[in-house]
Design a protein around this ligand. Structure first.
Ligand code: SF4
Length: 347
């Protein structure tokens, strides 16, 4: 059985934008103050594939196989949604709808799109302050480590607030097509994901993210007036802010009254029955996540070519959609043959 990891970071928000404005972000990317090209004029992967900022799911897929992630960007039409993926999405949606209603909102600018993300984060904070203990599909964003000025965006499946001990735990839902325990490689991938979420969340709680940083990376005008529908939604929530400048001040002030994330959990659910198979709790290791993250960024900044799996993890190739075209795998097989390594069968 393939191990399938369903991420819906790019998908849904509590308030959902009807009119996506990603095209505007692409168009404006040439105005970025961030590095765009290598010395030979080649556009770096961060700009070429991701418009200048990353998703947490990019980094967790990279931990599985960077070469595979690269092929997903560059080889069109190989990966198609299958019934298992659709089931995984349905399970996520069912959990989301159990926590809150979803409202469709017309957006007219990138500033409106980001207003929705910020507003959905505010909804989670308010939920805790008004007695709720669970918030789902919580947007999170920022610069994970100041050593690299790269912006990362994510969507946390679930935050659980314990008012008695004043703690917040994070829980990520992963659906599985088999009852088997997840492999070490899958577990590592999910650990990276939840550690990055914690780092981003804690940075805001500690006051380490400024609105100017967000505006610079996302090329947003903090003083641009929101569209009518966003203003209407804000007014319904008794928020009088009409631009990101004021809205972010309001949300960040509230975030700083919260506490950092305490524990990191991953819940594995069997797709066929929706029953929980296991809970894994990961200790947060800042040294580990920082080292991995900084290494992954070398690819995104164009400092190195994509890397495939090590010989020890060549079993991943057997379940890879790009096995027949993978140059990394071919190169490694040839190296093994030349050195007459008995591990030939691995590649
Ligand atoms: Fe990675 Fe192996 Fe797939 Fe190549 S065949 S992309 S090395 S998993």
């Amino acid at each position: 059985n393939k191990e399938i990891d369903f991420d819906d970071e790019d998908d849904d928000l509590l308030l959902k934008s009807v009119n996506e404005c990603e095209a505007d972000i692409t168009k404006n990317s040439t105005k970025s103050q961030l590095p765009l090209a290598l010395g030979d004029g080649q556009i770096i992967p961060l700009q070429k594939f991701r418009h200048g900022y990353l998703w947490v799911s990019d980094l967790s897929s990279q931990s599985w196989c960077e070469q595979q992630m690269f092929y997903k960007f560059t080889v069109p039409g190989v990966i198609e949604e299958n019934p298992a993926m659709a089931k995984g999405t349905d399970l996520h949606l069912a959990r989301e709808l159990a926590a809150h209603d979803v409202v469709q909102v017309q957006v007219t600018s990138n500033e409106d799109i980001w207003a929705i993300k910020v507003l959905n984060l505010l909804t989670a904070i308010n939920a805790f302050q008004f007695g709720q203990t669970i918030a789902r599909e919580v947007p999170i964003f920022g610069v994970p480590f100041k050593e690299e000025d790269i912006f990362v965006v994510g969507l946390i499946d679930e935050l659980r607030f314990d008012p008695e001990n004043y703690t917040i735990d994070l829980s990520e839902l992963k659906t599985r097509t088999s009852r088997m325990n997840p492999s070490k490689a899958i577990t590592k991938q999910h650990k990276i994901q939840v550690m990055l979420y914690k780092r981003l969340f804690d940075n805001i709680v500690k006051g380490n993210l400024s609105k100017n940083t967000i505006a610079k990376h996302l090329r947003l005008d903090l003083n641009k007036q929101f569209g009518d529908q966003i203003v209407k939604h804000l007014e319904e929530k008794a928020i009088i802010n009409k631009n990101l400048n004021d809205l972010m001040d309001h949300v960040f002030e509230k975030m700083q009254s919260l506490t950092c994330i305490n524990q990191l959990h991953v819940e594995y659910v069997y797709q066929d029955t929706s029953e929980t198979l296991s809970h894994v709790t990961h200790p947060y290791d800042e040294g580990e996540i920082k080292t991995l993250y900084l290494d992954y960024l070398k690819f995104w900044k164009g400092e190195r070519s994509p890397i495939g799996v090590d010989i020890e993890e060549a079993w991943k190739c057997q379940r890879c959609d790009f096995e027949s075209i993978c140059e990394w795998r071919t190169k490694k097989s040839e190296e093994c043959a030349q050195r007459n390594i008995q591990m030939n069968h691995l590649y």
